[in-house]
Design a protein around this ligand. Structure first.
Ligand SMILES: Cc1cc2nc3c(=O)[nH]c(=O)nc-3n(C[C@H](O)[C@H](O)[C@H](O)COP(=O)(O)OP(=O)(O)OC[C@H]3O[C@@H](n4cnc5c(N)ncnc54)[C@H](O)[C@@H]3O)c2cc1C
Length: 434
């Protein structure tokens, strides 16, 4: 185990930074347990891409990125076992090389698998990534290692646990047969994509809508499973589409000072980058996951039961189109769909949900981006739940109303970590443990 002494931890988008006294790099489970057992307060981080303040801020830190081996596969059951610091792209490439897939992936491949599970990371038209977890080992606050399988009741508490019950160590995923998606993309008026959500979810194997605030449109991406050798009319749109993020960055550069300009920027971005139709095919990973991003972001994301979404959308649209506030929103708001599960802190606990992202493309101006607060107020009012890895203000009192198992989770956390070894300041307030 490498112990690197003191330094400064800085998050991916540079919005969070903390001095630490001790930084561990581990490559075995024994080293992971030892680092935890010998620390009074400790947190652990992956690729530091969460906007929420949940990955550092303790005297001791573990950098999980060197704990990144693919350990084993089981062909008969389509299982793959990895160390939790493995980056998602490496897991997916190993899975696809076997002819398998994990059938619901986020739109990012650079996160660690442990970080992704801890925050309830998800894609669309399937379940949270953590629902594909078959079994795992978890290093507890006293350094002991607990084996947990899908049959154990504890698994439903552990799958999404923000790294406060223990540290994921070895993770085994249950995979499925690899499939090919035929995707068609293009703009649709708000009333069209919104009214068709339920029928499109039945009709398609993949559904995602990039909502384009201030334009009255969404950009829909719809996919159906096909045979891998089926011919399609490939159309990747004009070559300049690849400059969308650069154009956004330039257009949004001063929108924290002149928020109203966002509505003009969004119309220009729609005209330049979201009018063309596209048609292509590939695996879920190859065809739908963004492989590189030119710049950092600050993110929020909210989740609401499908039946409540139209009312939330209507209120949101009215609010952000009103000139009486400064809550203009950068393009796009990512609308995705997650199937219900039983994980205590899952956004989809016992109900199918719609998730809606809110992006500030100028990360350093995130504190002045009023849209985050406006979106949060509306979702909270309707019973929406925040993404654990993204920006939100809600705390214990509100979360107890939103998550039926919140208080059970708190009690379990206290039992497993009686000295609050895993709580930084942000998590202390979140769980009301001051
Ligand atoms: C550009 C971008 C796109 C994104 N797209 C999506 C998306 O499509 N869908 C989605 O749901 N989310 C998305 N996210 C959110 C992202 O998936 C989460 O923030 C994720 O946690 C980041 O992983 P990380 O390795 O950077 O974790 P970190 O930010 O480093 O850590 C996150 C949390 O996990 C804990 N943790 C880390 N490793 C472990 C471990 N081994 N065991 C237990 N806890 C651990 C940390 O202590 C911390 O609490 C996106 C984020 C960005 C920046």
């Amino acid at each position: 185990m490498l112990s690197k002494g003191s330094g400064t931890w800085i998050s991916w988008n540079e919005n969070l930074s903390y001095a630490y006294e001790n930084l561990y790099q581990v490559s075995t489970e024994e080293e992971l347990s030892k680092a935890i057992a010998q620390s009074d307060e400790i947190r652990f981080f992956g690729t530091k891409q969460s906007s929420a303040d949940i990955a550092a801020g303790s005297a001791s830190l573990i950098d999980m990125r060197s704990y990144n081996k693919i350990l084993a596969t089981n062909d008969a059951e389509k299982l793959i076992t990895v160390q939790s610091g493995v980056v998602l792209v490496d897991l997916i490439e190993a899975v696809e090389a076997k002819g398998w897939c994990i059938p619901c992936l986020p739109d990012i491949n650079t996160v660690t698998v442990g970080g992704a599970l801890a925050t309830g990371t998800h894609g669309t038209s399937g379940k949270l990534l953590s629902e594909y977890l078959h079994s795992c080992s978890l290093v507890l606050a006293d350094g002991t290692v607990k084996q947990i399988s899908s049959q154990d009741d504890l698994m439903n508490a552990v799958r999404v646990s923000i790294g406060v019950l223990g540290v994921f160590s070895e993770l085994t995923f249950k995979c499925e047969e690899l499939y090919t998606l035929h995707l068609k993309e293009g703009p649709e008026k708000d009333k069209v994509w919104l009214n068709n959500i339920e029928s499109d979810l039945k009709k398609y194997d993949f559904l995602r809508v990039l909502w384009l605030p201030h334009t009255g449109k969404g950009y829909s991406i719809k996919g159906s499973k096909i045979k891998s050798d089926q011919e399609i009319k490939e159309n990747n749109g004009p070559g300049y589409l690849k400059y969308r993020r650069t154009a956004s960055k330039i257009l949004y550069k001063r929108t924290h000072q002149f928020p109203w300009f966002t509505s003009i920027a969004n119309k220009l971005l729609y005209l330049g980058f979201f009018r063309a139709k596209k048609e292509h095919k590939g695996s879920l990973y190859q065809a739908t996951v963004t492989k590189s991003r030119g710049s950092t972001l600050e993110l929020a994301e909210w989740t609401i039961g499908i039946s409540k979404f139209p009312a939330v959308f209507k209120e949101l649209k009215t609010t952000i189109n009103s000139w009486s506030n400064k809550a203009f929103i950068h393009i796009p708001m990512d609308v995705r769909f997650v199937q219900r599960d039983k994980s205590w802190l899952s956004y989809a606990y016992k109900e199918d949900v719609v998730t809606m992202g809110c992006v500030c493309r100028n990360a350093s101006a995130a504190d002045q981006y009023e849209a985050f607060k406006a979106v949060e107020d509306i979702f909270i009012k309707h019973g929406g739940r925040p993404h654990w890895g993204k920006r939100f203000l809600a705390k214990d009192k509100e979360l107890a109303q939103l998550y039926p198992k919140w208080n059970d989770f708190k009690q379990l956390r206290k039992e497993l970590d009686p000295t609050n070894k895993f709580l930084n300041n942000y998590l202390t307030v979140l769980f009301n443990e001051q």
